[in-house]
Design a protein around this ligand. Structure first.
Ligand code: ACO
Length: 456
C-alpha cells in the first residue's frame, strides 16, 4: 500500500471526516471535513496503481458545488432567503445605513465610528474628479456606444493614470486605489450617461452627498445648484446598498481570479465590470425591460409565459443560482418601487411586470424549479421611472458593486492560502498525432502586406 493511499487518521484539528472507498483499488481513504467542506487537493490521494496517476480531480463546471475561498464578508442562505453583510441583515442596512457606510463595513468588517466615517466621506468626495485625459478618452467613443463598454474600458484605463497602484502589497497604495475607485466610478458612469445623451459633462459637486452628486452629474442642466428629488436619492442609496456585495457571484469571482495574478486593482475591477455586463448577471435588469417592451401589453403575458415554458427563452429577472426561495433584495426593492411609483405615478410597464410575477408565482413550472423574482426584476422598473435609459441600468449596478469587488479583492490578496487562480481540466481532445502539411505557407508575406498597407 503506497503512503498516499494509507488510511490516515484525520488531522488533530478536524473532528469530522469522510471515509471513501475507491472501487478501482478497493482502498479506503479518509478526507478531513472542515467547515462543511473537504479539500479538493485531498482527493489526489485517490490513485490507481499506475505510477503516473496524478490522483483524483473534482469536476465542477460553473462551480456549482465548489468553495473557492473562505470569506468573512457576505453571508447568504439561499434556501431561507437570508443576506447579511459582515453579519448585519440586509433589511436593517437598507433601512438605516448609507452606501458609503456599507462600503466601509464591507472592507473593514466593522461599521465606522463617526470620525472614521467623516474622514472616509471626505476622502471619497476629494477624489471624485477624473483626469481631463480620461474625459477626452470618453469623448472618443461612438455616439451609440454601450455605457457598460465605456465604463469597463475607462476603469481599465485608470491603471495608466496611477501606475503605482501596481504595488498592491503596500497598504497605502491599496487604500488610495480603493478610495479612487469608489470615488471615480460614479463620475465616469455619469460621463458615460452624458455621452450617451449628447450632453456636456457635468463635473462633481463636492457639496453634495455621494448619491446626490451622482444624480447631479447625470441630470444637471443650466441650474446653478442641482437639487435632487429626495425620494430618488434615498431609492438610489438603498439600491446601491442592496447591490454592494453578493459573495462569490460571477463578477466577484472574475475580480478575484484576475486579481489573483497580482494585477493592479483597476484592471481587476474592469474584469468585474465585464462579467457584470452579461445578460445572465448584471445585464439582466436591462433584459427585464427589453422583455417587457417585447411583451408590449398585459394581455400578451400568458402567451409569453407559455413560450418560456416551451423553452423559447427565459423569464428575465427570475431565478437565481443561490436563492431557491425569495431573493431578500427583491422584497426590499418591491417596497421601494411602490414608494417611487407613489411619487412619479405608476410606470406604464408595471402592469405587465406585476402580471408576469402573478402568473409565474402560481405556475407549477416556476414553482417546481424554485424560480422567484430576483433583485433585477424590480430594479429596472425603478430605474425606468427615474428616467434612466435601459442600457444604463447595469452601470448603476456596477457603481454599487465596486464596493464589494474591492473588499473581496483585498480579502483575496491578504489570504495566505490564495494563489494565482488556475483551474484544472479534463482533457477530452485528440491523443498525440503527427503533423502533416496540407497548406503551402507563404513565408514572404511581409513586403506585400506593407505595400497593401501603404495603399490604404
Ligand atoms: N425562466 C425560465 N426558466 C428558467 C429560468 C428563467 N428565468 N431560470 C432557470 N430556468 C429553468 C432552467 O431552464 C432549468 O430548467 P430545466 O431543469 O427544465 O432544464 C431550471 O430552471 C434550472 O435552471 P438553471 O439554468 O440550472 O439555473 P442556474 O442556477 O444555472 O441559473 C440564472 C441561474 C442564470 C440566474 C437563471 O435563473 C437565469 O438565467 N435567469 C434569468 C436571468 C436573470 O434574471 N439573471 C439575474 C440573476 S441575479 C444577478 O445576477 C444580480
Amino acid at each position: 500500500m503506497s503512503k498516499a493511499s494509507t488510511v490516515e487518521a484525520p488531522p488533530a484539528t478536524a473532528t469530522d471526516a469522510l471515509d471513501a472507498r475507491d472501487t478501482r483499488t478497493d482502498q479506503t481513504h479518509t478526507l478531513a471535513i472542515k467547515e462543511g467542506a473537504i479539500r479538493a487537493s485531498d482527493l489526489k490521494q485517490f490513485k490507481t496503481d499506475d505510477g503516473d496517476d496524478p490522483g483524483l480531480l473534482s469536476y465542477d463546471p460553473a462551480f456549482l458545488n465548489t468553495a473557492a475561498c473562505r470569506s468573512a464578508i457576505t453571508f447568504i442562505d439561499g434556501d431561507k432567503g437570508i443576506l447579511r453583510y459582515r453579519g448585519y441583515p440586509i433589511e436593517q442596512l437598507a433601512e438605516s445605513s448609507t452606501f458609503l457606510e456599507v462600503a466601509w463595513l464591507l472592507r473593514h468588517g466593522e461599521l465606522p465610528n463617526q470620525s472614521e466615517y467623516d474622514q472616509f466621506v471626505h476622502d471619497i468626495t476629494y477624489h471624485t474628479y477624473v483626469h481631463e485625459n480620461l474625459r477626452k478618452f470618453l469623448e472618443g467613443f461612438r455616439y451609440d456606444a454601450h455605457p457598460m463598454a465605456m465604463l469597463n474600458s475607462s476603469v481599465a484605463a485608470l491603471a495608466s493614470f496611477y501606475p503605482s497602484s501596481r504595488n498592491i502589497f503596500e497598504e497605502r497604495e491599496r487604500n488610495i486605489s480603493m478610495i479612487r475607485l469608489v470615488a471615480k466610478v460614479p463620475t465616469i458612469a455619469a460621463f458615460c450617461y452624458r455621452h450617451l445623451k449628447g450632453l456636456p459633462f457635468v463635473y462633481p459637486d463636492n457639496d453634495l452627498s455621494y448619491v446626490e452628486n451622482f444624480l447631479s452629474m447625470v441630470a444637471r442642466m443650466s441650474e446653478p445648484k442641482y437639487e435632487p428629488n429626495p425620494i430618488f436619492v434615498r431609492a438610489l442609496e438603498v439600491l446601491f446598498i442592496l447591490h454592494a456585495d453578493h459573495e462569490q457571484n460571477c463578477s466577484t469571482s472574475a475580480v478575484r481570479a484576475v486579481g489573483s495574478s497580482h494585477v493592479d486593482p483597476f484592471s481587476a475591477m474592469s474584469a468585474g465590470i465585464a462579467a457584470l455586463f452579461g445578460p445572465l448577471h448584471g445585464g439582466a435588469n436591462e433584459q427585464v425591460l427589453r422583455m417587457i417592451e417585447e411583451i408590449g401589453n398585459v394581455r400578451n403575458v400568458p402567451q409569453y409565459i407559455e413560450g418560456v415554458k416551451a423553452g423559447k427563452g427565459k423569464l428575465m429577472g427570475f431565478g437565481h443560482r443561490v436563492y431557491k426561495s425569495y431573493d431578500p433584495r427583491a422584497r426590499i426593492v418591491k417596497k421601494l418601487a411602490d414608494q417611487v411609483f407613489e411619487v412619479v405615478g405608476v410606470d406604464k410597464d408595471l402592469e405587465i411586470a406585476l402580471e408576469l410575477e402573478r402568473i409565474a408565482l402560481s405556475d407549477d413550472y416556476f414553482i417546481s424549479r424554485k424560480l422567484y423574482p430576483n433583485v433585477d426584476f424590480y430594479t429596472g422598473l425603478i430605474y425606468r421611472s427615474m428616467a434612466f435609459p435601459t442600457e444604463f441600468f447595469t452601470v448603476l449596478f456596477a457603481i454599487a458593486r465596486t464596493a464589494g469587488w474591492l473588499a473581496q479583492w483585498e480579502e483575496m490578496l491578504m489570504d495566505k492560502e490564495q494563489k494565482i487562480a488556475r483551474p484544472r481540466q479534463i482533457y477530452i481532445g485528440s491523443a498525440e498525432r503527427p503533423y502533416e502539411a496540407i497548406v503551402q505557407h507563404r513565408h514572404a508575406a511581409g513586403p506585400r502586406m506593407q505595400k497593401d498597407a501603404l495603399r490604404q
